[in-house]
Design a binder for this molecule. Structure first.
Ligand SMILES: C[S@@+](CC[C@H](N)C(=O)[O-])C[C@H]1O[C@@H](n2cnc3c(N)ncnc32)[C@H](O)[C@@H]1O
Length: 394
């Protein structure tokens, strides 16, 4: 077979799967298929393809926001059949000429399908943007627009030094503020609410840490109703603690969530979870808990404050306690794009970072902790649970 014939066979196979995406495949295979097709697509780009794809990448996000604000994604996703432009126009407020142009743009980027002239139907992308985590379009264009847009300006004016000061980062450049991002968010309730919602949704669809990590086996032995089982430090609204309760309804012990007054003030207590105001730059007030769990906390801070936060937990630990750090652990080679995007987000938002395995070992060692084991639970984001104990208690 000539190379051209080989490529034509491959094109036919790719088109077949694009038109009828395989449904009954495991997630690992699905992900490999997605990455291989994307890698091939980029590898065969001409220069013009590349510069137009990258040059217009922000346009796609802002156009996704148009579909979100106008309710277009929901209208299409909720319809059982394809809709004509006239039918869509009856459901959303949109000039028909503009609607035709916008729909044409969306189909060209496969954000929906166009079975015939002036007729459109939802596909997997439409459905994702119409679902709860479609709020991403609002979150990224609202909360992260200013710091992302400020990255090149900030880095150039700071001679391309790694940002480490959370009150001098692209966030401050973008928002023209001197406030720490968490303080700024507290003073801007709409942004703060979006941030809280996105924190809950940003890993939706991925495996949970509780699918891999044997929580009950590691912290749930011989507990009673007075045992402090799980302290969720910097919990946000406490979604992980709710999941712990739902997965282990019969496991006796207290579950406590801790965050700033602004966050704890908005928590609606449920699942016998105890909300508590706690500043993690002060010593941990709950002593001898089985687990102090920190999810996406240390990536918000460079090593100095991260060590302070950890030492504040160590001061409360007993021999039975462990620290559970739920964070990305970047591999030496081939980090996933979702993990590296998060690293750049930490750079822009809080002048902090995602860490590699070596960096985690170094950080925890300096804090006086020994890593007992690292449990990787997502391929997509390199998410892991790092189990650590104070060096003097190991
Ligand atoms: C990136 S969010 C992670 C939230 C939650 N752990 C999760 O994974 O969804 C960081 C959290 O740290 C909280 N936080 C920031 N500074 C804090 C402090 N000094 N003491 C306690 N919590 C703090 C924020 O309010 C926010 O809820």
């Amino acid at each position: 077979m000539s190379q051209t014939e080989e490529i034509e066979t491959l094109i036919a196979q790719l088109e077949h799967f694009a038109n009828a995406p395989p449904e009954d495949i495991d997630d690992h295979t699905r992900r490999n298929l997605r990455e291989a097709s994307k890698n091939l697509s980029i590898a065969v780009e001409m220069h013009g393809d590349t510069v137009h794809r990258i040059g217009n990448s922000a346009l796609q996000l802002y156009m996704a926001r148009v579909g979100y604000d106008s309710n277009l994604w929901k209208v299409l996703a909720e319809s059982e059949s394809a809709l004509s432009i006239a039918q869509i126009g009856e459901k959303i407020c949109f000039d028909p000429t503009l609607l035709k142009r916008v729909l044409r743009y969306y189909q060209s980027l496969r954000m929906l399908e166009q079975p015939e002239d002036d007729v459109y139907v939802a596909n997997n992308v439409t459905k994702a943007l119409a679902g709860a985590d479609g709020i991403a379009a609002e979150y990224f264009t609202t909360v992260l627009h200013a710091p992302f847009e400020a990255i090149p300006r900030y880095l150039k004016s700071h001679n391309y030094q790694n940002p480490t000061n959370p009150i001098d980062s692209p966030w401050q450049e973008g928002y023209q503020t001197k406030d720490h991002p968490f303080l700024w968010l507290q003073r801007h309730p709409d942004h703060f609410n979006l941030f809280m919602q996105w924190m809950r949704l940003n890993r939706s669809g991925l495996p949970s840490w509780l699918d891999t990590f044997p929580l009950a086996q590691i912290i749930g032995q011989n507990t009673n109703n007075d045992t402090v089982l799980f302290v969720d430090v910097g919990s946000g609204l406490g979604h992980q603690s709710v999941e712990v309760r739902e997965r282990f309804p019969d496991l006796p012990g207290r579950v406590i969530i801790q965050d700033t007054p602004q966050v704890i003030g908005t928590v609606e207590p449920s699942h016998k979870i105890e909300p508590q105001v706690y500043d993690f730059f002060k010593p941990q007030p709950i002593h001898g808990a089985r687990a102090y769990y920190l999810r996406m906390i240390l990536h918000d801070w460079v090593d100095g404050p991260a060590i302070e936060i950890l030492k504040n937990q160590i001061s409360a630990m007993s021999e039975e306690s462990v620290i559970l750090i739920d964070e990305i652990v970047l591999p030496k080679k081939g980090a996933s794009w979702r993990a590296t995007q998060m690293d750049m987000t930490m750079l822009a938002a809080v002048a902090a970072m995602e860490r590699s395995e070596n960096q985690w070992y170094g950080l925890l060692n300096e804090a006086g902790l020994e890593i007992v084991k690292i449990w990787k639970y997502t391929e997509e984001c390199d998410d892991c649970i790092i189990v650590a104990k104070p060096t003097n208690l190991v």
